[in-house]
Write a protein that binds this ligand. Structure first.
Ligand code: ADP
Ligand code: MG
Length: 752
């Protein structure tokens, strides 16, 4: 109760927005001020060296020592002027988060004086080789058995495609961050980023090959575009809870979700939270986080309340995919730190509270040319836009052939609670296109003109001038997306991009994006081949050749298109008829990574090696059982040490009340006895469930050392035991007097 009082009495933190001479500074003026980007590098280097750097950045060639030294020197001075004392390679091991190890710029330098007298001086230094490479001890990061400990060498190497930045910490600490990849002594990817960068290279190469066929230029002329990259905008959902209550919940602290707790009378059924007024403490936290993120060059754009109580969302402006991933991880980190300062805790878990909506990370994905043309822009006449049709169909083909792989990319113990529940996309991966695009594809396939759609009407909804309401006539015409919305689809076309909705809020978008890029690269290669075949010995395909390939792909990808309700039982049956996989558990999903068709594609493109795939598979399985074991053990402790004792205490109070009443001659059947009797079977049942939990935990421990078997045993034994135990505990919670119950309840955590 003290915690609740604390929560209510907390003063708000006031963080002033940057200002100068009493006037606010515009966001655009300090945006990116903590970033050492291309402009700064250009300034630090002589022109030819900068050109060399750009070539390296785009082609992955090695950077020479002189250039690296010059950049290192410039960035050190820049960072130190901002207060930095340390630098760190910042990388993404396969833990879902980032890793960093700080080194001071401070160095000792010993010089020999004229008579052999040694003099040691402190200097600040940062060399090109320190910028380029570091060697953290790799043995404590997940490697999936790829390295034995005695050869545990791992290297972090500067990823020049992502800019360096300084980040201020508490008490004026300030560190220079160097975005890096993490590889083994043999060059195997030990991280999430190396493979993402490989996948973006492959998708770029394949896309350029398709564009060269679709849009040939006269011999000798430069290609229309020489750069293609994928774009990503992540819609990040999260919960915020008060820290005083959070620390009283071991389950939230250890596992990120509530393992016992009855649903309060009011949760989300009033539909009053979505887009509602943002609570002031939350708004203060959001603004403070945004302020820091702007300085770090993260283009945060939108913020709003989500459906569940205390659930919120934040979305940036989209960027090149690997930068967007870095920025998403940075955003999650900054938001956590700022929330902490505001005595709040961010929950990124996909399903922290049973009974209310979970959180996702919708990954909006598209492809862009170097000059910013969106390759998935349908334009006014999609039916004759070859570019659009080819890239759309390549994506459909990718999902059709490798949907199971995409499913693997989003599988985790926590996201599993969300997938397939009636609030989040189902575990069957299908694509929603919307009425208009469906008709576009159908009309091409059937070689007939398009029905029903005259573009001007579809692009705007007329509000002005209606006789219904004079008020409305003052509103402008609003433009309408080419597609309507279908929230039940895991992979939906939304206007000029695909939205992969099944991605979990807690996970790094890196792995799912790597797999998506890979699958699309492979399909683009196939389509280019089909186009070459269709055009025979002609130098360039004709429009008829292009339509031939388009028709062929419309037909072959039809199976994966679904416009209906993804939550319905009918869809499950229909999907089974279509042969679309419905992978309902994590171990089965993880197996898709090493499944022949998927692994052959990934290895052929050089995005993963065979052994890298085996190691990911191993790590995912291992993490899954670790996650579930952690939950089961935490639940067991809570039940035995908090819920049961509370029940016993309440029973004791009831029993002594009965005894007292009997002693003074009040009827032997006092009302307290009724309540006491109500708790008896529940307490007995809880004891049995605790035993069952123990048995389940033992089952997993004895399952063998094979992580696949252990993961399967975890799914089979731990999940039902936890579910069963919770049901009884939740019922007890509703009976035990509030003052005996030691855990903050969902009603207290979810409404502050
Ligand atoms: P909604 O999904 O609610 O329609 P938005 O249109 O704001 O919301 O888009 C959501 C996210 O999609 C934003 O992060 C936005 O930057 C991103 N986005 C928009 N266009 C693209 C694109 N071409 N490629 C990748 N992401 C995009
Ligand atoms: Mg969206």
């Amino acid at each position: 109760k003290e915690a609740i009082r604390d929560n209510v009495m907390r003063p708000s933190r006031v963080v002033p927005y940057p200002s100068k001479d009493g006037k606010p500074i515009y966001t655009s003026e300090f945006f990116g001020e903590s970033v050492f980007g291309l402009a700064q590098i250009a300034k630090a280097l002589p022109k030819p060296a900068y050109a060399q750097f750009l070539r390296q950045m785009r082609g992955g060639r090695a950077l020479d020592k002189g250039t690296a030294d010059a950049i290192a020197h410039a960035v050190r001075i820049w960072a130190m002027d901002k207060g930095a004392t340390h630098f760190t390679h910042w990388f993404q091991p396969q833990t879902g988060t980032t890793a960093e190890k700080h080194d001071a710029f401070l160095t000792l330098k010993t010089t020999h004086g004229p008579h052999g007298v040694e003099e040691t001086k402190a200097i600040d230094a940062f060399s090109g080789s320190q910028l380029l490479q570091a060697e953290p001890d790799a043995s404590s990061f997940p490697s999936g058995g790829m390295r034995t400990t005695f050869e545990a060498r791992g290297y972090t190497v500067w990823d020049t495609t992502s800019p360096m930045f300084v980040q201020q910490g508490p008490h004026k600490t300030c560190v220079l961050y160097i975005p890096s990849v993490f590889i083994s002594y043999n060059g195997d990817a030990l991280d999430e980023k190396t493979v993402l960068l490989r996948s973006t290279q492959q998708v770029a190469k394949a896309a350029l090959a398709v564009l060269a066929l679709l849009e040939p230029v006269p011999q000798g002329a430069p290609p229309i575009t020489s750069v293609v990259y994928t774009t990503l905008g992540t819609e990040q959902e999260y919960f915020l809870v008060d820290r005083a209550l959070y620390v009283l919940r071991p389950d939230l602290k250890i596992t990120g979700r509530v393992l016992v707790g009855a649903l309060p009378a009011k949760h989300q059924q009033m539909e009053d939270h979505y887009f509602g007024h943002i609570p002031s403490r939350v708004l203060a936290t959001m603004s403070e986080a945004e302020l820091e993120l702007y300085k770090l060059g993260v283009p945060v754009k939108t913020r709003h309340n989500e459906v569940a109580p205390q659930q919120f969302e934040l979305a940036p402006i989209f960027e090149e995919t690997s930068l967007a991933v870095d920025h998403n991880l940075l955003t999650m980190d900054v938001l956590s730190k700022v929330a902490h300062r505001n005595n709040l805790k961010v929950l990124y878990h996909e399903k922290p509270f049973k009974g209310v909506n979970g959180s996702g990370k919708h990954c909006n994905w598209s492809l862009s040319t170097g000059s910013g043309d969106n390759l998935l822009d349908p334009t006014i006449k999609p039916e004759t836009n070859f570019r659009f049709l080819f890239f759309l169909l390549a994506t459909l083909d990718a999902v059709q052939k490798h949907g199971s792989l995409l499913r693997a990319g989003i599988a985790s113990a926590s996201n599993e609670h969300r997938l397939g529940a009636n609030e989040a996309p189902p575990a069957i991966i299908s694509v929603f296109l919307g009425e208009h695009l469906t008709e576009v594809l159908n009309s091409i396939e059937e070689s007939r003109p398009i029905k029903n759609f005259s573009m001007p009407n579809i692009q705007s909804i007329k509000l002005g001038g209606t006789a219904l309401d004079v008020m409305v006539s003052t509103l402008p015409e609003i433009s309408r997306d080419l597609t309507d919305r279908n929230r039940t689809s895991p992979f939906a076309f939304t206007g000029n991009k695909f939205e992969f909705r099944a991605v979990g809020s807690k996970q790094s978008p890196s792995f799912p994006m790597t797999l998506l890029n890979a699958a699309v690269a492979s399909s683009l290669q196939d389509m280019a081949e089909a186009l070459r075949t269709a055009s025979g010995d002609k130098a360039f395909p004709s429009d008829a050749d292009k339509f031939k390939v388009i028709r062929q792909y419309i037909a072959s990808t039809k199976n994966v298109r679904f416009e209906g309700d993804g939550y319905s039982d009918d869809w499950r049956q229909e999907a089974a008829r279509r042969g679309l996989p419905n992978i309902t558990n994590c171990p089965d999903a993880f197996d898709q990574i090493i499944e022949k068709k998927n692994s052959a594609m990934l290895c052929k493109l050089g995005i993963f090696s065979e052994s890298e795939l085996q190691s990911r598979h191993y790590i995912l399985m291992e993490r899954y059982s670790k996650d579930l074991l952690l939950e089961a053990n935490t639940l067991r402790t809570i039940l035995a040490q908090q819920v049961l004792p509370a029940a016993y205490e309440y029973r004791a109070a009831l029993a002594s009340s009965c005894a007292q009443q009997k002693a003074i001659g009040v009827g032997s059947n006092c009302p307290e006895l009724t309540t006491l009797n109500l708790t008896t079977p529940l307490v007995e049942s809880l004891l049995v469930w605790i035993e069952k939990l123990d048995e389940a935990i033992n089952h997993v421990h004895n399952a063998s050392d094979d992580p696949s078997k252990e993961a399967r045993a975890s799914a089979k034994y731990l999940l039902p035991a936890m579910e069963g135990a919770r049901e009884v505990a939740d019922e007890l919670e509703t009976i035990i007097a509030d003052k005996y119950f030691p855990l903050p309840k969902m009603s207290e955590i979810l409404w502050f």
